[in-house]
Design a protein around this ligand. Sequence first.
Ligand SMILES: N[C@@H](CCC(=O)N[C@@H](CS)C(=O)NCC(=O)O)C(=O)O
Length: 208
Amino acid sequence: MILIGQYDSPFVRRVAIALRLYGMPFEHRPWSTFREGDKIAPYNPLRRVPTLVLDSGETLVESAAMLDYLDELVGPEKALMATRGDVRRRQLRICALGAGLADKAVSLLYERMLRKEQLQLWVERCQTQIGGVLAVLEQERAAVKSPYWFGDRIDHADIMIACALGFVGEAHPALFDARYPALQAHAGRCEALPPFKEIVQPLAPPKQ
Ligand SMILES: N[C@@H](CCC(=O)N[C@@H](CS)C(=O)NCC(=O)O)C(=O)O
């Protein structure tokens, strides 16, 4: 498999960390979405990352679909997500909040980096959405006493949240601070794991 995209993307990082945890070998092509869009386009017309090229040549263009595929490959025992039922539904909800948080943090970064004059309406909307999600996640994580969100074993929800928090903290440090101790502890626990330490890249934001 070939994983396209840089590890400063929370979405690329979540997929790479899952691949590592599953012990699946992959080739990494750390192409930049803005500087190397022409290289990405033949694999993904959206010119977005992550893009995952399967051994068959088929291409996946959405991180959740990539994880769904990897989960099927490893089977239900090893999968980092329940196959059905209440737990799966709750895991998917946390994944969606984490992915949405990362989406909003990426949008806000693009607004800040790519526009000469920021649109205040959009900046404030993103900030409100980021703050709202962090507040809900903080409350829910503080209520969970297990090492990971859904028990003793890390899963896709833990990875998504940690990758999103890492990105928000780096891109918008004023938005992720001491107001969120349970989330900081969650991020710290995940970032201390070997795959998180290995699969990491300082943020290289796009420029005008
Ligand atoms: N929902 C997508 C989000 C992917 C995404 O937003 N990737 C960003 C990098 S973090 C990107 O490629 N941005 C370039 C663009 O949208 O033009 C996923 O989970 O794979």
